[in-house]
Structures are given as structure tokens and as C-alpha cells.
Design a protein around this ligand. Structure first.
Ligand SMILES: [Zn+2]
Length: 136
């Protein structure tokens, strides 16, 4: 799953969730494993980084305007498990992440890419919508 999809999904959970903040941050973090469990295409690091940075820039821009930094924080929590690929947090964390990650059943997962792009577009659309009052 692209980092951008993880970040956007976690931010959508924060934006539209009706729980208190700690619960929303936990759900944002947990969403990573649910998304990783779905069949998806793995983008290379440069494209992944650029897409993720674009979504994070959108979240920071919205947060500055709304004076609520929860969305970018949730987005970063949603992407946090993949930081293991860059910073190697150890074999235990790697095993947990791999346990939830889908196993490639086909040699090429590229047909999943348009679905993932559609998912990302829907999440960004939701993030750009007007914010309703949120409890917590
Ligand atoms: Zn992951």
C-alpha cells in the first residue's frame, strides 16, 4: 500500500471518527494493518515518498487553516509501521508487520494499482470536505 493511502486513510478516520482523540489515533495507527492486509501494489520508495509528502502537505495546510493538528498526526501514525522499512526497529516489529501484510498470490499485483489510486482519490476528496464539529 502506498504511504499516501495509509496517511490519507488515517487522517479520514481522525476527521470523521466520533470517538475521543486517543481512540482515533489508535484507530489511525491500526488502519495501517488493515490496509496492508488487502492485496495492493508496492510502489518504489521515490514515488511512494513523493505521493506521501503530497498528502502530508495537504494535511498540514488543512491543519494550519483549521488550527487542529490531529489530521497530520493521525496521518503520520497511519504510516508509522512502514518506518520499519527505513529504520529497522527490529525483528519482532518486522514479524508483526509481515504477519498482517498480505502475501502475494500472483506474480504481479499491478492490477491493484488503479483501485488503490481510486481509494486514495476518495480519501483526499473526503479530507478536502468541510469539517464538521468533532467530539474529543
Ligand atoms: Zn505496511
Amino acid at each position: 500500500m502506498t504511504g499516501a493511502a495509509h496517511i490519507a486513510a488515517a487522517a479520514v478516520i481522525y476527521k470523521y471518527g466520533r470517538f475521543n482523540r486517543p481512540c482515533l489515533f489508535f484507530l489511525a495507527f491500526a488502519s495501517h494493518f488493515l490496509l496492508d492486509a488487502t492485496p495492493h501494489y508496492e510502489l518504489g520508495l521515490p514515488a511512494n515518498f513523493l505521493l506521501g509528502a503530497g498528502v502530508l502537505a495537504l494535511l498540514f495546510q488543512r491543519a494550519r487553516r483549521q488550527k487542529d493538528w490531529g489530521m497530520p498526526a493521525a496521518g503520520l501514525l497511519g504510516e508509522l509501521p512502514d518506518a520499519n522499512w527505513l529504520f529497522s526497529a527490529g525483528p519482532v516489529w518486522h514479524n508483526i508487520h509481515s504477519f498482517f501484510h498480505f502475501k502475494k498470490a500472483f506474480p504481479a499485483s499491478w492490477p491493484c494499482l488503479p483501485l488503490e489510486a481510486l481509494f486514495l482519490a476518495a480519501a483526499v476528496y473526503l479530507l478536502c470536505g468541510k469539517t464538521q464539529g468533532r467530539a474529543g
